[in-house]
Design a protein around this ligand. Structure first.
Ligand code: LLP
Length: 426
């Protein structure tokens, strides 16, 4: 990403010293880089274009739903892939046109579906026969017609973490492959819905192209079989999932992804769509934290206890995810390395950012950045242990601004009431 180490100012994000932000805003604090977001969005779209593909890209809002982030990406011509009414309204709030919004998810409620119909979004990605019938009934009741694509489970193993793999038979996502064509037929007969194509999303943090090729080959086969029955197919949504390099695994290649799409779907004469999240946003964010104290362990690795915790960044606890941790100050970064465990203060053993990690020697009060946290970072935060949500900052070139002030403890209980309706404990 746009991180560099300056001998005097320490770690810079774009041109802004992160120590400056830690000093003025405090920690824990999320920092996003506008420049990185723009570059990565352009890089991804450029790869599709270079492969000769005309693809509409819908940012997976779940990865980072901050309005400022969404607005930057919408300026980069991205639409939105949403999975809730809340995400739909966030996308609309920053002016993403309804014609660039697609709605995925296994359990869209009637309220959310009505909202999608009222807003006249581009398409709903349907995940079951039950859902198809509900949408048809709601749409006809509202005298509307909505484009739908069927999300197919291609039964392809994306070889990623079990908790983020979505395209193998038996998990809750998508319509079983063999049931897709019969359902497409059925959709063509139902009022209020217009079946226009298929969607597939096999998982997240995918680093090789083989699972994509396999999934898209199956979708191409399905499109041909559907057309052979005289049914029109005009859209294929290729999902998201391209992975990034957290440690040393190498980054998923946009060119290779584009190549897979072109190889398997390029000749089908369909409108193509993608739903990238992590690849664009993850390297565009870091989480700043301070060392609360060092806890020495006789005969073992010391603990570095940070003031950030699993309630801020859940990925290490939930997926054993590896995130780089680097000191902000140039002097700390040059320090003598030692092996430590980096943990948060929350009362769970799972509140661990890194085990037996080689880091420069850091004292109480030192600042660190936890890297690649721009996707599935702040959005997955909670206030567990009555820990207010961290502040958020956006850098752009030399400038930076607070895009979300740190939540206060009073805000945490601001909506709580006693059973008698009062707000006061006394
Ligand atoms: N489209 C659909 C239908 C999805 O379910 C997802 C992600 C995406 C697109 C975007 O995938 P991406 O390009 O970001 O890989 N919290 C987990 C990741 C969950 C992904 C869920 N679906 C993590 O932190 O690794």
């Amino acid at each position: 990403p746009d991180l560099s180490l300056d001998a005097h100012d320490g770690l810079l994000f774009e041109q802004v010293p992160l120590e400056t932000i830690a000093h003025h805003v405090g920690t824990p604090c999320w920092v996003m880089s506008s420049g990185t977001l723009r570059k990565r969005a352009a890089r991804l779209l450029g790869a599709m274009e270079a492969a000769g593909l005309s693809v509409s890209a819908h940012f997976a809002v779940k990865a980072n739903d901050h309005l400022a982030v969404l607005r930057i990406l919408s300026e980069c011509e991205l639409g939105a892939d949403v999975v809730s009414g809340g995400e739909l309204l966030r996308a609309r709030k920053v002016g993403i046109p309804a014609s660039k919004i697609v709605f995925s998810g296994v359990g869209k409620t009637d309220v959310e579906l009505r909202l999608a119909l009222e807003e006249r979004i581009a398409q709903i990605n349907v995940e079951s026969v039950e859902e198809l019938e509900i949408i048809s009934a709601l749409a006809s009741g509202m005298d509307r017609e909505i484009n739908i694509v069927l999300r197919v489970n291609p039964d392809v193993d994306a070889k990623t973490h079990a908790k983020i793999t979505t395209g193998v038979a038996g998990n809750k996502f998508g319509i079983p492959y063999d049931e897709a064509l019969p359902l497409y037929r059925r959709a063509r007969e139902l009022p209020g819905v217009k079946a226009v194509g298929y969607a597939v999303h096999i998982g997240s943090q995918i680093l090789t192209v083989a699972p994509y090729r396999a999934a898209y080959a199956r979708i191409a086969e399905l499109v041909r079989a559907t057309r052979a029955e005289g049914l029109a197919v005009s859209v294929v949504d290729c999902g998201g999932g391209l992975g990034i390099c957290y440690r040393d695994e190498g980054e998923g290649s946009p060119d290779a992804w584009a190549g897979a799409i072109r190889a398997e779907l390029g000749d089908l004469d369909v409108r193509l769509a993608i739903e990238p999240g992590r690849w664009i946003a993850a390297p565009a964010g870091v989480l700043l934290a301070s060392v609360v104290l060092r806890k020495a362990v006789t005969g073992g690795a010391s603990f570095l206890v940070l003031n950030a915790a699993m309630n801020d960044l859940l990925r290490p606890s939930l997926y054993d995810a590896w995130h780089g941790i680097v000191p902000l100050s140039a002097r700390d970064a040059m320090g003598k390395p030692e092996v430590v465990s980096v943990v948060g203060p929350v009362c769970e053993s799972g509140d661990t950012f890194a085990q037996a990690r080689l880091l420069p020697h850091l004292q109480r009060g030192a600042h660190v950045a936890i890297l690649d946290t721009g996707a599935y970072g702040a959005v997955m935060s909670s206030t567990y242990n009555a820990r207010p949500l961290a502040a958020e900052v956006l850098v752009d070139g030399h400038t930076w601004s607070v895009i979300r002030p740190r939540q206060t403890v009073e805000e945490l209980w601001g909506n709580e009431r006693f059973p008698d309706g009062s707000e006061e404990a006394a």
